[in-house]
Design a protein around this ligand. Structure first.
Ligand SMILES: [Zn+2]
Ligand SMILES: [Zn+2]
Length: 674
């Protein structure tokens, strides 16, 4: 008796149940078997952890998780990639002869790089609305997006026939043995086709036609190389629904108004220029903020039992070899020859035979060298070394961004050397210190995340189990392992050699910024032979905690500028008060007012110009001066001032001069001294 049996695959679902599915079935079939609601909501599938098309058949037994719009991160990435294809199809429909290249999803949307015809030239923003309309038409047509496996030569032949020179070139460079897939949008003659790894949604109709917007155009070189032809890039932003899109557009507008580069100019805080790519020129106003933060941080770390040190900018290359930086980090370091000046009379020639040195990219090795001076007993631990450590890291020019991404930066860096037994307490205390600092600086909301072991890592699973558990214990001990503190874990995001805690601040417009970190390190102290003498009289390697609260002064000030939109609390404001006269008769009195404020430690200026008071008010509010003391003839006679606060437009309060000075001085006290 003959019998043909269909092969059955075991498909395990997240709830632990297992479905038997015949060979050839797809995640969409599983969704349909579970229920029509899910069949409609499912956008794609995670098969053994890999995001795939919902229509792609299983290749064997598998673990399956269906992706719906509730899995926002995965769903957004899929949707954005779909939009890129729809954009490319729309452009080719409207502008025949345009060649396609690449179009990935981005952090807030997508882009696609095109080679327009010579007659047309680069795309312009005026053309975007028509392209959007064509995209909506493609979405409304609900065309299927179908994955097909092709032979390399066939792909090349097709693209050559179509005049797609870039795609034909690219397919020949894909690694040998890679499965080459094409995605077809729609069917038959009208189908649009692109070389693409996928995955994609099942059809264009899954996209919300009101949830995207084309935002701008720019030039971009083919494969990012200036020697290659210039392409025309069209950017878009895309979301799961219109509500998300609208919220994003509002956020974008608000972020633009708060841009620290713009406010930095308006308030004369700092500037950047090409002669020092990625290094900041601080102006007097900006450096006032820096100094206030530095002084604040010094008080906080003194109180918390740290000792401040200063270590060299330049250290011998051999030192960086020992710490492992030379091997892993060399391309990010600025290397300097230790040139030997000629001693010949009348010559200023450098011989050039010296050793190589490097500007420090981090402070850790220097701190270990300080720790190693003399013999340390367990009784002296923990030792907490703090440094306002200036570091240099070589970043490509294109990656630099105002104060947020620079090449020279100053960390509020500290390393705590302690015993295994002291580890959890030290981390707990750091959590409390960081909490105080963020609250003092006006961040009401932040999240603490534990970044867990990455796939590629050093050390055994037992070591990682312990290291992760210790950090959990510390956050629990500090009382911060709650939803209120955004406590959560980030699988796979730890450093190569240890897990870490991260602090993510939420700013005034809801953006998050990762700033603080702490991590335990049991590797570097050993590499650099740091040791202490234990109770047993033997040598032991200390644990080293790397920690920072601001991260870097540069970036943190950038975040503060955007968080406050330049309207700093009084203790941080570069100019805290301006005394402005209404009439020149009050000039002498204005000088008296300013002198009293200055004597009380207030950063004050006078404005005696022969201008209308409204003009003066407008100008100082643009410069975001928090307090304006208006004085005229009457105030001078009565010994009073009219006090205006930034943002409270018409409202002003009459006060006696002494009252005003006392109030302002009290308000200007930094939060830790209040
Ligand atoms: Zn694609
Ligand atoms: Zn460090």
């Amino acid at each position: 008796m003959h019998c043909t049996m269909t092969k059955m695959f075991k498909i395990a679902l997240p709830d632990g149940s297992v479905k038997e599915m015949p060979e050839g079935s797809t995640p969409a079939d599983v969704a349909a078997a579970i229920g029509p609601g899910l069949a409609k909501a499912a956008l794609a599938a995670k098969v053994d952890g890999e995001v795939r098309d919902i229509m792609r058949p299983f290749e064997g037994d598998a673990n399956l998780a269906l992706i719906t719009s509730r899995d926002e991160k995965d769903a957004l990435e899929l949707v954005r990639h779909d939009y890129a294809h729809v954009l490319a199809e729309a452009v080719q429909n409207l502008f025949p002869g345009t060649q396609i290249t690449f179009g990935p999803a981005t952090e807030d949307g997508f882009y696609y790089d095109f080679a327009p015809t010579a007659e047309h030239g680069p795309f312009t923003e005026e053309e975007l609305p028509a392209i959007e309309d064509e995209m909506r038409r493609i979405i409304a047509a609900d065309k299927a997006l179908v994955r097909e496996v092709w032979k390399r030569e066939d792909v090349r032949a097709l693209f050559e026939k179509q005049g797609e020179r870039f795609k034909a070139e690219w397919v020949m460079e894909l690694p040998e043995g890679e499965t080459i897939t094409m995605y077809r949008t729609g069917e038959g003659e009208a189908a649009w086709i692109d070389l693409c790894r996928g995955p994609h949604l099942a059809s264009t109709g899954k996209l919300d036609p009101q949830a995207f917007k084309l935002t701008r155009v720019s030039g971009a070189y083919w494969r990012g190389d200036p020697k290659n032809p210039m392409l025309s890039r069209i950017y878009g932003t895309a979301w799961l629904n219109k509500k998300q899109l609208d919220a994003y557009l509002v956020r974008l507008e608000e972020a633009g108004k708060r841009d620290h580069r713009k406010i930095g100019q308006e308030m004369d805080l700092f500037h950047l220029q090409a002669e020092a790519h990625g290094s900041v020129f601080w102006h007097p106003n900006g450096f006032v903020i820096w100094r206030a933060l530095e002084a604040y941080m010094r008080r906080r770390i003194d109180e918390a039992g740290y000792q401040e040190i200063k270590t060299p900018q330049l250290m011998d290359a051999r030192q960086w070899e020992k710490s492992g930086h030379w091997g892993k980090y060399r391309e990010n370091m600025f290397v300097v020859p230790d040139e030997i000046p000629s001693t010949e009379e009348g010559e200023s020639v450098i011989s050039g035979h010296g050793e190589l040195m490097a500007l420090k990219p981090m402070n850790c090795p220097g701190h270990i060298l300080v720790f190693k001076q003399g013999i340390t007993s367990y009784r002296e631990l923990p030792i907490r070394f703090y440094e306002n450590g200036s570091c240099h890291r070589n970043e490509p020019h294109g990656a630099l961004h105002g104060l947020m991404r620079v090449r020279q930066f100053t960390q509020d860096d500290a390393h705590i050397f302690c015993t295994d037994e002291q580890f959890v307490d030290e981390v707990r205390d750091f959590c409390r210190l960081a909490d105080r600092v963020y609250r003092d600086l006006g961040f009401e909301k932040y999240a603490i995340k534990l970044a867990l072991r990455p796939d590629k890592r050093a050390g055994t699973d037992a070591q990682w189990d312990r290291a992760e558990q210790e950090l959990r214990d510390a956050v629990h001990a500090a009382g911060f392992a709650t939803a209120e503190y955004g406590w959560g874990e980030l699988p796979g995001e730890g450093a190569f050699y240890a897990p870490k805690l991260e602090w993510h601040l939420t700013d005034a417009i809801g953006r998050t910024w990762q700033v603080g970190t702490i991590q335990g390190d049991r590797v570097m102290p050993g590499l650099l032979d740091a040791a202490y003498v234990g109770e047993d009289g033997e040598k032991h390697t200390p644990v080293m905690l790397h920690r920072a609260i601001f991260g870097s002064y540069e970036r943190f000030i950038g975040i503060l500028i955007e968080h406050y939109a330049g309207k700093f609390p009084l203790w941080l404001a570069p100019v805290q008060a301006v005394v402005a006269t209404i009439v020149s008769d009050a000039d002498a009195y204005a000088g008296e007012v300013a002198a009293k404020l200055e004597a009380a430690g207030i950063r004050v200026e006078t404005d005696l110009r022969n201008e209308k008071i409204n003009y003066k008010v407008r100008e100082h509010s643009l410069a975001k001066v928090p307090l304006l003391l208006v004085v005229g003839k009457r105030e001078a006679e009565e010994g009073t001032v009219a006090l205006r606060r930034l943002g409270s437009d018409e409202h002003q309060k009459m006060m006696s001069l002494d009252e005003a000075v006392a109030m302002i001085a009290a308000e200007a006290i930094p939060p830790d001294l209040q």
